[in-house]
Design a protein around this ligand. Structure first.
Ligand code: 5AD
Ligand code: SF4
Length: 415
């Protein structure tokens, strides 16, 4: 979401005649697009910000803007705390970035009811795969999460805006879109999310449709059947489990039990054999006992995700969990995180090894100067291969997997 917000700010500024430079020392404007999901992200930002202070001395006309979730969270406090910051732009106001620059100084953190109506101005980094917002904000209030406070309430983009944008991408030669939202299956434009997938699949050259992120509580049969039956929708779902303990899931306000989560996994695998399932896990949530942690490890073992992102719980301002009893020590969190990774690494490698010998459809994304190429399978696995003849990014080819690693596969072209 943040990467795409940056693409949008870049596109807006380019339209106004600004151009990007490689060296921050040459810039008249530096924008930090920040994340506040965990404390570590915040710390990284503050140290990067500190490194730009001296640039202002060298170039007195340099403006420094802080955008994104830390901007929203800190608001006016950011300007007080760091006097050399000129603008503070919350994630709902990214489209106003050029007004901001014109005005020279300001704080833009208001709730923006028109956000979902804005045209996407993104200047994308990748010419094959594009991120496309379908909704903004979140109404779920998971007790650990700052996003509902920084990105505001859910707002869905009108169907026509989404279709227009994807049609333009198709005309430019894009082959894949990833629909973006904090909780895409609660999309509530004029049609349901599964119907939106159907509409998008009618768009010309787009061959692959992905979406992130889905909330397990909203994953129903209609969406499963859309993944199964709409040919362009890829066989991959990112379905954050967060914990394997129903007690912790309750404290997290996730609104599902581990049994109902497992039922959904079974339904997905039954209906869509070979579907890749990835997940997010938080270890060390307040009140997490050794038994709760073991329940998470057992669930990971039983489900066998294709891959996970796992994090140590990090207390966030404004959130319910920050004030809960039973915060877990850093050393215990680190130990639990290491155990989760250790277990998952074995599973990921085992799942990838099972693909050796299989032929898979790969969308080619990158070519380096030599004869080396890379792309992704429909299940979102990275595949490296070589080819004596030139292949253009955007081509879809069949590769036989010869060797699997934890983070990638390698193979040869099937003629
Ligand atoms: N601490 C740790 N992880 C978090 N996430 C969200 N908030 C926190 C937090 N306070 C994780 C969740 C979410 C992913 C995007 O980030 O697992 O799914
Ligand atoms: Fe945060 Fe939960 Fe919303 Fe995801 S669904 S953005 S974890 S509050």
């Amino acid at each position: 979401m943040n990467v795409h917000d940056s693409e949008r700010m870049l596109g807006t500024l380019r339209k106004e005649g600004h151009v990007p430079v490689n060296d921050p020392g040459e810039a008249d404007l530096i924008i930090f697009n920040t994340c506040s999901i965990r404390q570590k992200a915040e710390q990284k930002f503050y140290s990067a910000l500190g490194r730009t202070k001296h640039l202002k001395k060298r170039n007195p006309s340099l403006k420094i803007a802080v955008a994104g979730c830390i901007a929203q969270q800190e608001g006016e406090g950011m300007m007080k705390r760091v006097p050399y910051v000129d603008f503070v732009i919350g994630p709902q106001n990214i489209d106003r970035v050029s007004d901001t620059v014109m005005q020279g100084f300001g704080i833009f953190t208001d709730e923006n009811p028109d956000l979902a109506l804005a045209d996407d101005t993104a200047e994308r980094d990748n010419a094959v795969r594009g991120w496309v917002n379908i909704m903004y904000g979140c109404n779920n209030f998971c007790s650990y999460c700052v996003v509902p406070y920084t990105r505001g309430r859910e707002k869905s983009r009108p169907v026509a805006n989404i279709i227009n944008e994807i049609s333009e991408l198709s005309a430019k030669g894009y082959r894949e879109v990833t629909l973006l939202g904090q909780n895409v299956n609660s999309y509530s434009g004029e049609v349901s999310f599964p119907d939106l997938l159907n509409r998008i699949s009618a768009i010309g050259r787009i061959e692959r449709i992905r979406f992130v992120t889905s909330h397990p509580k909203d994953l129903g049969e209609k969406l499963v059947s859309a993944i199964k039956n709409v040919g362009k929708v890829c066989e991959h779902i990112h379905l954050p489990m967060q914990s394997g303990s129903t007690k912790i899931l309750n404290l997290m306000n996730r609104k599902y039990t581990i049994d109902s989560y497992m039922d959904k996994i079974r339904m997905l695998r039954h209906e869509i054999p070979g579907i890749a399932i990835t997940s997010d896990i938080i270890v060390g949530f307040p009140g997490e006992t050794e038994d709760d942690h073991q329940a998470t490890l057992s669930a990971i073992k039983e489900i066998e995700f294709d891959g996970i992102f796992a994090f140590k719980y990090s207390p966030r301002p404004m959130t319910g969990a920050a004030g809960m009893q039973g915060h877990i020590g850093e050393d215990v969190k680190s130990k639990r995180l290491a155990q989760v990774f250790e277990l998952q690494d074995v599973i990921t490698l085992k799942k990838n090894k099972a693909l050796e010998g299989r032929e898979m459809e790969v969308l080619v994304e990158d070519a380096d100067e030599g004869n080396k190429y890379s792309g992704r399978t429909r299940t979102n696995k990275i595949v490296n291969f070589s080819s004596e003849r030139d292949i253009s990014p955007g081509a879809i080819i069949t590769i036989r997997i010869e060797k699997s690693f934890r983070h990638s596969l390698s193979g040869i072209i099937v003629e």
